[in-house]
Design a protein around this ligand. Structure first.
Ligand SMILES: Cc1cc2nc3c(=O)[nH]c(=O)nc-3n(C[C@H](O)[C@H](O)[C@H](O)COP(=O)(O)OP(=O)(O)OC[C@H]3O[C@@H](n4cnc5c(N)ncnc54)[C@H](O)[C@@H]3O)c2cc1C
Length: 577
């Protein structure tokens, strides 16, 4: 048993920023199933957006508009306003804390182009992404971790959270397994913040790390908290063909061009104004449409055909100074030097727009009326504020971590001053103990690996970029069947120390629950909007579907409710680029 004021789950950008703020006013611990600087934030490449206007004229209002339009008007607009207005100070805070951004010749923070970010409400691309070569996330993570160490935040590394402790509508702490010993630990806390990141591992081809299994959202879902807008999952246009490893949008931001088998710059046909820098949903669909039409590089129309991303004209010097890691990935995984040859790419599952619903203070809400779950917060990719709506713009996620991680941390700092210390006993771990005991009881059962494989191929094939009712119904049925099989799964390794087999099987359950919710929410939404693109309902339908979905996991089924979208600044318009 441990007692803290504040417990933060996750040491990516969102968790660490929240910890820095909450730690000023409360006894704070950070739990992370990974060693902190291995969090996926460290893999972020391209940049973090803010309308600094260092290189070209820019304004937060333009940034907010782009975010709303990029999200196909499912964005809560006051939240987007906060995101983009607080962005500027957030970048200078990171700089003051030691982040080594790339600089202009005058010594200012340099900025580059990214998809969907424009000047003057859509006129032309604008340079808005601040960056540290193609290691921006790595630098954010290192900077924040060093600051947390300096400010004496307590870290529990390699602790995997498996359950929340709730008393009615109030969160009182959580339960975690310590990887090194296999022991269960109960953390009593006045406030808990989930910052557990994304869940791209639902899909076969993904840019996401192995640890991105959606543990926070899944734990919440099993405790009766709905998940918001789960049908919206972003496919990044440019993953390395067959592997899914990300080739940052920064390559196109620096001038890289997508070409089909005829060498044609096909984005001219899909997005005459922004071309290769259109929002990701549009570019990913364009690639798939080219491939299906037999214009992929092989030209056979098969789903695994690909297109080329040509960066050879950027020259060795730019590639070395601005895209060194990407250059290295291409050499290592493809044997291709992007200075000499085009990069073979295909869309890869990348980012969860949906997640745990929160208000702009990071407080988790449990229904359409905004009822707060006392003491429970979420921030970062696992949360849904919602600033990304139906499709996130590149560089807005790192920004979301910093802005809303900080806001949540600040709110926690004041909340814990007046909240009562929870009194919980060892029975709080009952559910987790029972689950683990069953998984390790030594009986024979199916292996989790095969269930994982089937889940990932199903989600990739049936709930991918283009969707239709029959496929999504198949996916719901298949995932239900896999969840039934999971009941008999047993871990092969029944030891206690460093039992990664056990922890992976716990993660598998999280992914199965989130896959079911995603497929069910996608089947339910009968329109096309942002990343959710239906062959059987091709248009956006604001009359019936301009609303957020709230999906409740109830036993083996998913119940869907709705809540309104805040469109208080810009009334929805058709989306052209
Ligand atoms: C390859 C790649 C490149 C990207 N590039 C960019 C970019 O250039 N710009 C941009 O804006 N966005 C980018 N993104 C998106 C962005 O990086 C992520 O959305 C963001 O970093 C997520 O941060 P986070 O703090 O929410 O979670 P993460 O950084 O994913 O951290 C999650 C944390 O939660 C912990 N955790 C998870 N489950 C548990 C559990 N059960 N118990 C205990 N701890 C747990 C993990 O240990 C980890 O510390 C990129 C993403 C990828 C995958």
């Amino acid at each position: 048993m441990h007692q803290f004021d504040t417990v933060i789950v996750g040491s990516g950008g969102a968790g660490l920023y929240a910890a820095l703020e909450a730690g000023k006013h409360s006894k704070t611990a950070v739990l992370s199933k990974l060693y902190p600087i291995r969090s996926h934030t460290g893999a972020a490449q391209g940049g973090i957006s803010a309308a600094l206007g260092n290189v070209e004229e820019d304004q937060p209002e333009w940034h907010a508009f782009d975010t709303v339009k990029g999200g196909d008007y499912l964005v809560d607009q006051q939240a987007a306003k906060i995101l983009t207005e607080e962005a500027v100070q957030a970048i200078y805070d990171l700089e003051n804390r030691g982040l080594p951004f790339n600089r202009t010749a005058e010594g200012r923070i340099d900025q580059r182009r990214f998809g969907g970010h424009t000047r003057n409400f859509g006129e032309a691309p604008v340079k808005r992404a601040c960056y540290a070569a193609d290691r921006t996330g790595h630098m954010i993570l290192q900077t924040l971790y060093q600051q947390c160490i300096k400010h004496k935040v307590a870290f529990y590394d390699e602790f995997q959270v498996v359950d929340l402790v709730m008393d009615g509508d109030t969160c009182q702490g959580l339960v975690a397994v310590a990887l090194a010993t296999g022991d269960l630990h109960i953390f009593a806390a006045k406030a808990v913040l989930f910052a557990t990141g994304g869940f791209g591992r639902m899909f076969k081809i993904t840019s996401n790390a192995y640890a991105n299994t959606g543990d926070g959202p899944a734990v919440c879902a099993r405790r009766g908290i709905p998940l918001e807008d789960m049908e919206f999952f972003q496919f990044h246009p440019t993953g390395i063909k067959g592997l899914g490893i990300l080739i940052s949008e920064a390559v196109r931001g620096e001038g890289g061009i997508l070409r089909n088998r005829d060498g044609e710059r096909f984005m001219e046909r899909y997005s005459p104004t922004l071309l290769d820098l259109a929002p990701r949903d549009i570019v990913a669909r364009a690639i798939l449409t080219e491939v299906r039409a037999g214009k992929g590089i092989r030209g056979d129309g098969k789903i695994d055909d690909y297109v080329h991303l040509d960066a050879s004209h950027l020259g060795k010097k730019t590639l070395a100074s601005k895209l060194p890691d990407i250059t290295g990935f291409c050499k290592t995984y493809l044997g291709v030097d992007p200075a000499n040859a085009p990069i073979p790419v295909l869309p890869t599952a990348h980012y969860a727009m949906g997640g745990i619903p929160t208000d702009v203070q990071g407080r988790v809400v449990r229904d359409d009326k905004g009822t707060i779950v006392n003491g429970l917060y979420a921030a970062g990719e696992c949360a849904c504020v919602s600033v990304h709506g139906a499709n996130r713009l590149g560089t807005n996620s790192l920004l979301d971590l910093v802005v809303f991680g900080r806001r949540a941390g600040q709110h926690i700092g004041s909340y814990v001053q007046q909240a009562a210390a929870p009194a919980i006993g060892p029975d709080a771990a009952e559910f987790a103990r029972g689950w683990i005991a069953r998984l390790t009881d030594g009986q024979a059962g199916p292996h989790g690996g095969r269930i994982m494989e089937k889940m990932q191929t199903t989600m990739m094939a049936k709930v991918g970029i283009y969707r239709n009712a029959a496929d999504m119904q198949d996916a719901v049925d298949a995932v239900q069947a896999l969840r039934a099989q999971y009941r008999d799964v047993r871990v092969q390794d029944t030891g206690r120390r460093f039992n990664t087999d056990l922890l992976e099987i716990i993660e598998l359950r999280n992914l199965l629950d989130l896959s079911l919710i995603t497929a069910a929410a996608a089947l339910n939404r009968q329109e096309s909007r942002g990343a959710h693109s239906r062959e059987d309902f091709t248009g956006r339908d604001d009359d019936n579907w301009l609303k957020h979905s709230l999906a409740y996991l109830e036993g083996d089924s998913v119940r869907i409710d709705y809540k309104p979208v805040d469109t208080s600044i810009w009334p929805p318009k058709p989306r052209t680029y």
